[in-house]
Design a protein around this ligand. Structure first.
Ligand code: GRG
Length: 310
């Protein structure tokens, strides 16, 4: 088969699997919101629903489900973990868009949570989703050991040594003087992105492995795969900010350089950044080769990371 046809077939297979899983994830997320009792104020429930169920890619839950499948488990075994990573992701986007942080009014092609509701409600919706993520794992996972390990892994990835720490350093970096930024740029760029974006992407796929009760060696391979695609994902995100439009991405573009953010294309240039992302994707694919055909969708997903346009 010519390479282009092979690629088209592969892309089609991934897209239809992704669509199928997205329907399952969305329905599970909807149930989690619908199951909140009357003790949850209506406005809070609506703000949580608005952000959680808005049309995102669902990359992290899909990674979690495909990670579980790669180790021979059913997607239903990993659904609680998949929902939890999307809840944490959704909370992080709500808070990231607030005036005190990135001050954005557009997310996933819609008004951001604090524009649609108000700032206080958006903060609380983020807080609510964060807590609901852990509650979901603890109440919906039948094996207590898996629930505890999953909560610990997610807390580490999302917390002060992971995503929140990366976000904090990202905001601090914006305030550095030009001279200091030049000297520390490369180290800071990698340290920020490994935690701000990478930690949750790595955790998503490992959470699938934990739900599948993978061995330490299998979890380690999933972690390396996650690290590689996590950095590749961020590089592509930086490239899209330079090269794409708001209509395409559903969020404001060109804002990284406006705010003086450290980015891969800003430091290495566009072509070198793209080459680096492609190398990382190849490394990710090679790492999970030993899982055989069960890991084919994960490999296809790694390729999508560099091909994506939004
Ligand atoms: C506020 C605690 C806190 C953390 C914020 C995730 C994050 C940390 C900030 C988001 C800002 C940003 C543009 C990060 C870079 C990459 C990224 C996480 C993009 C958004 O993820 P996608 O593309 O979004 O998977 P969708 O909408 O498809 O889910």
């Amino acid at each position: 088969m010519p390479i282009s046809n092979e690629k088209t077939t592969e892309t089609f297979a991934l897209q239809s699997r992704w669509k199928e899983l997205t329907v399952e994830v969305n329905s599970y997320l909807e149930d989690c919101i619908d199951s909140l009792t009357e003790s949850c104020p209506r406005i809070l429930r609506e703000a949580m629903r608005y952000s959680l169920l808005s049309p995102g890619k669902r990359l992290r839950p899909i990674l979690c489900l495909l990670g579980a499948e790669a180790l021979g488990a059913c997607v239903s075994d990993a659904m609680a973990n998949a929902a939890a990573v999307e809840m944490i992701h959704s909370y992080s986007l709500i808070h990231d868009d607030l005036p005190a942080m990135d001050d954005d009014d557009l997310r996933r092609g819609r008004p951001t949570c604090h524009i649609q509701f108000d700032e206080a409600t958006a903060i609380l919706a983020g807080d609510g989703l964060q807590a609901l993520a852990f509650e979901t794992i603890l109440t919906k996972t039948s094996v207590p050991e898996v629930a505890v390990q999953s909560c610990l892994l997610l807390a580490k990835a999302a917390g002060p040594e992971g995503m929140v720490g990366g976000q904090c350093d990202d905001l601090l970096a914006e305030k550095l003087g030009e001279a200091e930024k030049q000297v520390r740029a490369v180290d800071m760029l990698h340290a920020i992105h490994a935690r701000k974006t990478g930690a949750m992407i790595r955790a998503s796929v490992v959470l699938g492995g934990l739900a599948a009760r993978g061995t330490t060696a299998e979890l380690e391979k999933l972690a390396i795969y996650g690290d590689c695609i996590g950095i590749a994902f961020q590089i592509v995100d930086d490239l899209l900010d330079v090269e794409s439009t708001s209509e395409n991405t559903g969020k404001r573009t060109g804002k990284d350089s406006e705010r003086g953010k450290l980015t891969f294309p800003g430091i290495y240039g566009v072509q070198a950044s793209r080459d680096r992302a492609e190398k990382l994707v190849e490394q990710a694919i090679a790492t999970i080769d030993s899982f055989g055909s069960a890991a084919t969708p994960l490999k296809q997903l790694a390729r999508y990371i560099t091909d994506r346009s939004h």
